[in-house]
Design a protein around this ligand. Structure first.
Ligand SMILES: O=C(O)CCC(=O)C(=O)O
Ligand SMILES: [Fe+2]
Length: 380
């Protein structure tokens, strides 16, 4: 079992657990995005911002509350087994990797991974959680951000060896190397949806106070092994955290996944990142290619206009909405979307009405065809 000192715990939760509103009450309509973000802005502590600047990472404990976590776990079950299901049906799941495209020929590494967006409001909302967005806005000093990626990951005791060498994450996220200039920054995060003890394969992190003087980002290698850099492994610290916490780090921050020692546990995490908009070498993903999927339709119709902007939707007030057919066409494409903020009309159909749409092979108009859920087409 690992024995390193854990990252110092600062009781820095967002107050969400004190009865404040859960995030999907935001989309439920009793709080606007701006109000929710303002609430979370107040929860940001200067010492956490300072910690991130000094060390290249910060742990925020319990930014999610129990209600949010319960809904997140329910969504995960659409994509991957619980720890108990995995233990009871190992043969069924042993080769299963999830539906991620991010395999890059590295073979089965034991975890299960699925990419954003999802058929699940909780995991969709967490990827663009107002606290995370507010925190990144504070780090960069403006709100011109874009979601870089989102992924849900399950690691299961016995399914794989999750021990990694120390690395920075940039190699799969940019074609160049991340520089120190924060004008061009991509800010990665790991969200822990289950408790992480030393036995559950905590993420280990090394302070940039140690790594920056060594110039490790510029040496051309992703992985920095224990044999080559024993001094780094002496000062790495494990992120031992309660469920609902986040590790917010930097593409120059050295960290690693570690071995699971528990006999039957599972560790559920979500990887997200936000990058400064308009910088072509930042961000691993564009989400325009997800357009027309049931998952993207679900995300777009259930979130606020501000969250849509994070994945590449035109903002409120943009000249796009004045173009001929724009409002009408988008309303027909997404009959559940409220286009009033853009100058259009209210939703054409109620949220619980099942509709097919432009991707439907029958070619039926989006707003009039009712189908059973399991017959649903790819897009509203
Ligand atoms: O799962 C973890 O704790 C970290 C994994 C990681 O750093 C990676 O896969 O790049
Ligand atoms: Fe990593």
């Amino acid at each position: 079992m690992a024995t390193a000192t854990t990252i110092e715990s600062t009781a820095n939760g967002t107050g969400a657990q004190d009865g404040a509103k859960s995030l999907w009450k935001v989309c439920g309509g009793d709080e606007t995005w701006a109000e929710a973000k303002a609430r979370y802005v107040k929860a940001i502590r200067q010492e956490d911002i300072d910690h991130w600047h000094k060390h290249g990472y910060v742990i925020i404990e319990r930014f999610l509350d129990q209600e949010e976590l319960a809904a997140i776990h329910a969504d995960y079950q659409n994509y991957m087994p619980t720890a108990e299901e995995y233990q009871a049906h190992k043969r069924r799941y042993n080769g299963y990797e999830g539906q991620t495209w991010r395999k890059r020929g590295i073979g089965n590494i034991g975890h299960i991974r699925d990419e954003f967006p999802y058929d699940g409001d909780a995991v969709n909302m967490v990827a663009t959680h107002p606290f995370l967005v507010a925190f990144c806005e504070r780090l960069v000093g403006h709100d011109d951000l874009f979601l870089s990626h989102g992924a849900i990951v399950g690691k299961y005791a016995g399914k794989g060896d999750y021990d990694q060498p120390l690395h920075a994450d940039y190699s799969g996220n940019t074609m160049v190397i991340p520089v120190e200039n924060k004008e061009w920054i991509d800010i990665p995060m790991i969200l822990y949806h289950s408790d992480v003890t030393l036995d559950d394969g905590p993420t280990f992190v090394v302070s940039q106070e140690v790594t920056e003087p060594m110039n490790l980002v510029a040496d051309g290698f992703r992985f920095h092994t224990r044999e080559q850099f024993p001094e780094l492994y002496k000062v790495e610290k494990p992120a031992v955290v309660p469920a609902g916490s986040a590790l917010i780090y930097n593409m120059r921050t050295f960290h690693r996944g570690s071995r699971m020692y528990s006999k039957d546990g599972a560790r559920f995490t979500q990887f997200t990142a936000f990058h400064v908009k308009g910088v072509p070498w930042l961000g691993s993903t564009t989400f325009q290619g997800n357009a027309g999927s049931a998952e993207m339709d679900r995300f777009l119709t259930h979130v606020s206009p501000e969250q849509r902007v994070l994945v590449g939707f035109p903002p409120v007030g943009h000249p796009y909405w004045k173009e001929k057919d724009a409002l009408e066409g988008v309303a027909n494409r997404y009959p559940k979307m409220d286009l009033r903020p853009y100058g259009g009309g209210p939703p054409k159909v109620a949220p619980d009405v099942e509709v097919t749409g432009i991707e439907d092979v029958s070619g039926a108009p989006a707003s009039v065809v009712k189908v059973k859920k399991d017959e649903r087409g790819g897009s509203n």
